[in-house]
Design a protein. Structure first.
Length: 371
């Protein structure tokens, strides 16, 4: 029996569910009160200094921030600040919320991943944060506030969904990687900035994957929240939901991935500026950027694929063309590699050979002593 959806997208806000008879699972698109609770709390911390809008922000964000300003001394805000100080930022807080059930209970539906516990520097503080968020939501009657904005937020979701075909991205991902995710949830977050998104993957007790794409608001609107639409949102969907396929595939090879530190060190500073601070995160991102190129080639044509390559190379992902070449081996030999998991050992071998041939002895020595 399928477990309860970890984030209550269905609560209070329009949801567009798209099911495919050929592929397992479904896609939902909506705005989650749980994510907005989190965003409102983070807006009272130094998180918002780095991750805030360009100016005053959109109408809903301003109302949410003002609503929670009355509770800036609440335990939930204090814990959020402590977590922010520990580096529990970027994708970590939304991924944390993806493990929880709907308000008002905000139960722990799926056990926290090792990744989250490591980012938070302990499981206990995550539980303290969950309970404090639940208490804050009850004390502030947050769901009543959220319900007042329901018609407004329904319009936002409806406008974004009008020219968006997520089933195409989902079908491509499942065909390319060779297995379905149990569920796909695309969450619009009008109070998280600036643009882009976060990917999060939850593994159920039964071993099924629930994939989340948390899409941030652009950050420059002072009226209605604005998000990418059409093909732009589809490409972002491929990237963020792609994490639920790529990351687990490499997690089973931690020692092999760690050995690519010389490759990572070449762009370490550039990667850290983009919140990719370690070799394992870099490898996940680098492979996923190459997957984006493959998707662009299939769905949008060679010109868009080349633009995708250049875009990623400009951001330090210098292995994009090399990894694309390897992924072409994968797509041309699916009888030998039925799934991407089957192909990962080959890809690791090719990356190892590339590193051996292209990294100097000095780079390899430096990797042994750098952090």
């Amino acid at each position: 029996m399928r477990k309860k959806v970890a984030v209550s997208v269905l609560a209070l806000v329009l949801v567009i569910a798209i099911a495919s008879s050929a592929l397992a699972g479904e896609i939902t698109l909506g705005i989650s009160p749980e994510m907005e609770l989190l965003a409102g709390v983070l807006a009272q911390t130094t998180w918002i200094v780095q991750r805030g809008p360009e100016s005053e922000g959109n109408e809903f964000y301003r109302a949410l921030k003002e609503f929670f300003a009355l509770y800036k001394d609440h335990t939930a805000v204090k814990i959020a600040q402590k977590l922010t100080d520990r580096g529990f930022t970027y994708d970590a807080p939304p991924a944390f919320m993806a493990h929880l059930g709907p308000l008002p209970e905000l139960e722990l539906v799926h056990e926290y991943s090792d990744y989250l516990v490591e980012r938070a520097k302990g499981r206990d503080i995550l539980e303290e944060f969950r309970l404090a968020l639940r208490d804050l939501a009850a004390e502030s009657q947050f769901l009543d506030f959220f319900a007042q904005w329901q018609p407004y937020l329904m319009e936002v979701v409806a406008e974004i969904s009008a020219d968006f075909a997520p089933e195409q991205a989902k079908a491509w991902l499942e065909t390319f990687f060779g297995w379905p995710a149990a569920e796909f949830h695309l969450l619009l977050t009008p109070s998280m900035f600036p643009g882009g998104g976060y990917g999060a993957t939850v593994t159920t007790a039964d071993g099924e994957l629930i994939a989340y794409q948390i899409t941030r608001e652009f950050g420059y609107s002072t009226t209605k929240p604005e998000f990418p639409t059409g093909a732009s949102l589809e490409q972002l969907t491929i990237h963020e939901l792609g994490h639920s396929f790529v990351n687990p595939s490499f997690e089973v090879y931690p020692r092999e991935v760690k050995a690519f530190k010389p490759l990572f060190n070449r762009v370490r500073d550039v990667m850290r500026e983009q919140a990719y601070p370690s070799v394992d995160i870099f490898i996940n991102e680098q492979v996923l950027r190459a997957v984006e190129v493959m998707a662009a080639k299939d769905l949008y044509g060679a010109e868009i694929a080349e633009m995708t390559v250049l875009y990623n190379e400009e951001r330090g992902f210098y292995l994009t063309r090399f990894v694309v070449e390897q992924l072409e081996v994968y797509t041309q030999n699916r009888d030998q590699y039925p799934t991407f998991r089957d192909f990962v050992p080959y890809l690791l071998t090719q990356l190892t050979e590339y590193q051996d041939e292209n990294c100097s002895w000095w780079e390899k020595l430096w990797a042994m002593f750098s952090f």
